[in-house]
Design a protein around this ligand. Structure first.
Ligand code: F3S
Length: 755
């Protein structure tokens, strides 16, 4: 079904020569991250050495993975690219759109009904363009990728920030927006700033209650949510070799929570065991043949301070279990301190739910270790004080765990087995009573715990920890319970202690599955029809954006001058809007509704210059569009920070905004604007932000000679009849100017495909 051994062999055939060329070029030993990056330069170009954190570089990723919420727009764009099939192996995974409520047997059919047209669309578009399709219930994207596609030394991109999970199998795997995925699937290079490198040296061996999760919980405490920005985190040392492959996946997964570009580990025996257990002996054999290239050079790990931009050391033998939270994943508290820290902060001690799952911690090993705690509870006469919910990571994990009695053990503690899907981790949890917004505590094995993330209740205090600690604390029903030292009272009134968890890295009797939920695409998809109903509320085929008219833009209305922070959430909110991710016109009704209007300090309330009335941003912009009048959005610093969702660029483009002018951009959003054919401009003098008045008519001059590194001019025609000229900068290179002229990068891809 799955992996493409021929593609992997091709990557490996080039790997050694490229690494050797790169080593000569930079004139020193290489880290693993550098080896993978240099081995994946576009067109094998190893003639240039790159500056970390400075140079933008074109790469050729080996694979693309997409989850159902983001795949819709990525594939709607790909359909416009005019390609008969994807240029690199790609997969779609249906995991985000399944609500957890009563258990998989009821929840999965309900989701299949509710989101039928989205799943049918993703299935047919995958079938047509040669994309592997994993049906709802097949599992969570990153677990399925680890089990089937990840391979040591590979490079992949995915339309989900936790794509980084595949670092557990020695990949450089990076989360991107759908437009980037579309480019790579269309056979184009993928650009990334050459990352900085953070080394984490692991010594010793985990023991007792400590698990791989505690490594990343500790690292998050050290680096905080921003500490990994722009960097690859590379783990090495004897301690790394002592970790299981899925445990390494857990650590890499939560690298997203420290803002890291990705995280990775060198190839070792744990990876080889995992590859063989998941039916990929040929990948293991191929990796063994070039094993020396699939880890950092010995000199690097002997003197890491010379080769990494930052170095952290952790002794696994001394590591303690952690609980991170509430409301942020970097607030790390060792389990021995939780009782006093929680009391000091007024965190509710009574635990209402223990949730095990998410792409972070839903492997067989995770379930087996947590089940060993659940089994002890039953054997020792304990009942659980909190409710229990389990989301297995994949159908293969679920089937095997069920065969081996692990799920029955959880059910003995009245656990609900939810679908093999994201569920509560993405807020798709119909939690009874959450609407009352009561202050309460939950513990889970997920990665994120922002306010409202799991159940929509801003007063839910969520703590992130390992599956085995989730199990122990849920049984105790007490956030301050420390299973290393504390006892519990059983049904005979005796004091009993839980022994440390035991688990199997891999199932003793091997993995098994009857129907993994995979749909192989048609060999020739040219006859496959992709059906999107014209009356659908959830899906809409894209029309190409119009090309530039060839003149300067004159008389633009000011749609909004946004004040202060304006992230992609302010521009295109998530939450209830998630269901419109495949329908550009409907989701455009959330455009900029979170941005604060500079002139009245209100959100979603701007002046319609045609009527003089104030109203919602989307409706005002629709009025300009209907009148055939262009508009401009003005913003502050770091405009468009946050997620890489391209909706934040496509919505203004769709509704007729012609330019976004800001003090500074978040890089990915600026690129997204360019890709969609929008003008993204910055004030040459940031104080000119103050010159923009609410009733201005604005001209953009210089477009007929639009050239790299040459600023443009804005004429502000004020309502009192006066005029001011200001200079605005842009960062368009020659190719990006062509995107602007063509009305978007996709129009060029399509034109080339038709030629
Ligand atoms: Fe899904 Fe949560 Fe992972 S939403 S992909 S399980 S972070």
């Amino acid at each position: 079904m799955a992996f493409d051994i021929e593609m992997i062999k091709k990557v490996y055939a080039n790997f050694g020569p490229r690494v050797e060329a790169a080593r000569k070029l930079v004139g020193r030993p290489l880290t693993l991250s550098e080896k993978i990056l240099y081995a994946h330069l576009w067109e094998g170009n190893t003639n240039t050495s790159y500056n970390r954190g400075v140079d933008y570089v074109d790469f050729a990723p080996d694979r693309v993975a997409m989850q159902d919420a983001t795949a819709q727009m990525a594939l709607l764009q790909f359909m416009q690219a005019g390609r008969p099939k994807v240029a690199v192996p790609s997969t779609v995974h249906c995991d985000h759109l399944i609500t957890a409520k009563l258990g998989a047997a009821i929840d999965l059919p309900a989701a299949n009904t509710e989101s039928k047209e989205v799943f049918d669309f993703l299935s047919s578009v995958s079938n047509k363009y040669g994309i592997g399709f994993w049906k709802p219930g097949a599992g969570i994207i990153h677990q399925v990728v680890l089990e089937n596609y990840a391979f040591p030394g590979g490079m992949m991109i995915g339309t989900d920030s936790h794509t980084v999970n595949a670092g557990g199998l020695g990949m450089v795997a990076i989360g991107v927006g759908g437009a980037d995925a579309c480019d790579v699937m269309a056979g184009l290079p993928w650009e990334l700033k050459f990352p900085k490198l953070i080394g984490v040296k692991l010594t010793g061996k985990l023991n007792g209650w400590t698990s791989p999760k505690d490594v990343i919980l500790k690292v998050a405490g050290i680096l905080t949510v921003k500490g990994g920005t722009g960097a690859i985190v590379e783990y090495f040392g004897d301690g790394a070799k002592n970790l299981s492959c899925t445990g390494k996946g857990t650590i890499c997964n939560m690298g997203a929570e420290i803002g890291a570009t990705t995280s990775t580990f060198g190839y070792d025996e744990s990876m080889e065991r995992y590859l063989r257990a998941t039916n990929r002996a040929d990948v293991a054999d191929a990796a063994n043949a070039i094993a020396a290239h699939l880890t950092g050079d010995a000199e690097v790990y002997a003197e890491p301070e010379k080769y990494f931009d930052q170095l952290i050391e952790i002794n696994l033998s001394e590591l303690e279990p952690y609980l991170n939270g509430p409301f942020t994943p970097d607030l790390a508290t060792p389990i021995s301190k939780m009782k006093e820290v929680a009391a000091a902060n007024g965190w509710p001690l009574k635990v209402e739910w223990g949730l095990i799952g998410s792409c972070t911690n839903s492997s067989y090993e995770d379930l087996s270790r947590a089940a060993s705690i659940a089994k002890q509870a039953v054997d020792k006469g304990l009942t659980t004080k909190a409710e229990f919910g389990i989301n297995p990571g994949s159908e293969q994990v679920r089937y095997t765990a069920n065969r081996d009695g692990l799920l029955a053990t959880f059910e003995d503690l009245n656990a609900t087995i939810f679908t093999n899907a994201c569920g509560p981790c993405i807020g798709m949890w119909d939690r009874v009573g959450a609407e009352k917004q009561e202050k309460n505590t939950i513990v889970h094995s997920f990665n994120r715990n922002f306010a409202k993330r799991a159940d929509g209740n801003p007063n839910t205090y969520a703590f992130v920890t390992s599956p085995e600690v989730v199990a122990a604390i849920a049984i105790a029903g007490d956030l301050g319970f420390n299973p290393l030292t504390d006892t519990l009272t059983n049904n005979k009134g005796e004091q009993v202690k839980l022994d440390p968890p035991k688990g199997d890295e891999l199932p003793v009797n091997g993995y098994a599955v009857e129907d993994a939920g995979y749909q192989e695409p048609a060999k020739d998809g040219s006859g496959v029809q992709v059906i999107v109903s014209p009356t659908s509320h959830r899906l809409q085929l894209l029309d190409p954006f119009a090309a530039w008219e060839g003149t300067d833009l004159k008389g633009l209305k000011l749609l909004i001058k946004a004040k202060g922070k304006c992230t992609t959430d302010h521009i295109s909110m998530a939450g209830p809007w998630l269901k419109f991710r495949g329908h550009l016109d409907n989701i455009s009704n959330n455009m900029l509704i979170g941005a604060v209007n500079f002139f009245n300090e209100k959100t979603d309330n701007v002046k319609n210059e045609l009527t003089g009335e104030y109203g919602p941003v989307p409706a005002t912009q629709r009025a300009y569009k209907a009148a055939g009048i262009g508009s401009i959005v003005v913003g502050d610093e770091n405009y468009g920070e946050g997620s890489s969702r391209e909706h934040a660029a496509m919505e203004p483009r769709h509704l007729g905004v012609r330019a976004v002018l800001v003090k500074s951009f978040a890089r990915i959003h600026e690129t997204n604007l360019k890709k969609q054919g929008m003008l993204g401009l910055t004030f040459a003098n940031k104080d000119d932000y103050d010159k923009i008045l609410e009733d201005d008519a604005i001209d953009i001059i210089g477009l007929t000679t639009f050239t790299p590194n040459v600023p443009l001019t804005l004429v502000l025609n004020h309502a009192d009849g006066t005029k001011e000229e200001i200079v605005v900068n842009h960062s368009y290179n020659a190719q990006q100017i062509e995107w602007f002229k063509a009305g978007g990068a996709l129009n060029i891809i399509r034109r080339e495909a038709a030629a």
